[in-house]
Design a protein around this ligand. Sequence first.
Ligand code: PEP
Ligand code: MG
Length: 325
Amino acid sequence: LANRLTSLKDLPAETTDGIQVQLLGNIEFPSEAQQCLDRGVNGIGLYRTEFLYLANKGEPTEEEHYQAYRDVAEAMAGFPVVMRTLDLGADKLPALPDPEDERNPFLGLRSIRLALKHVDMFRTQLRAILRASVTKNIRIMFPLISTLIELRRAKMVLADAMEDLEEEGVPFDRDIKVGMMVEVPSAVMMMDHFCDEVDFFSIGTNDLVQYTLAVDRSNKDVASLYTSADPAVIKLIKMSIDSADAHGKPISMCGQMSGNPLYTMLLLGLGLRSLSTTPAAAPELKRLCRSVSIPECEAVAQRVLEMESSRDVKALLREELLKRL
Ligand code: PEP
Ligand code: MG
């Protein structure tokens, strides 16, 4: 099987009826860019930039950010690199600038909220991303957006950083694409409005599941409730894809769900054409994409959308997957 998967490296992730699926990689460390290329992945769909904070003692300098981002952008020349801005707090606890005792860290000052509170820190990162963007393949993505105001504030900090660089005569990609993660149910409900404000979306199921079902993603005691196969989660995913499609905005998925072959047919059937996963998962996803047709996937999605429990959903998806192993 390993050999069969390796031989797929240079083949497209194309369904039997000729529909192209974009396979992207999720990475945390610049060194992982090479792993993506080795597995025939067409770009980075999620670069988790927190590692600089988690590895460093204290705050990284603009130069440290810049070096890391430039390394990835250059390694991936010709392929898109979606750089997600700081997603610190809750499950990604670094040396926070001012760690506060929070009773509900996942509902607290994390991710974009923390970045907007510490604007200097945020601006430093944005400057570094912009400076690295001269390679023209970088895209910026804001995490955990829950309201339009929040998105607009993030975009304003970005516009400020651009203006500063311009005044300083520092080059950057003026047409850089700006997107957001869809990982809070409120963002799904407001998709039509967000479509007017961003260039692309990526669904983050790890958080979307947690916020939809009110289940802490890191709490073992409630782990049985935590599943991407929940019908409510699947409905929210469908709504997100339908809205983005209606507005002609690209949408991808970068949570764990997108890398699990169990869900591939469902996601294609719901209309998703781009999946971002750990590089290791990509060859198997590609094999699967190449063994199914879109009408088959749509039929599966249709049946799933009528189901009432994650147990039924998983049973059906397992049965369909087994037929294609
Ligand atoms: C997600 O929430 O699905 C996601 C991809 O982001 P993270 O796992 O880094 O929170
Ligand atoms: Mg997330």
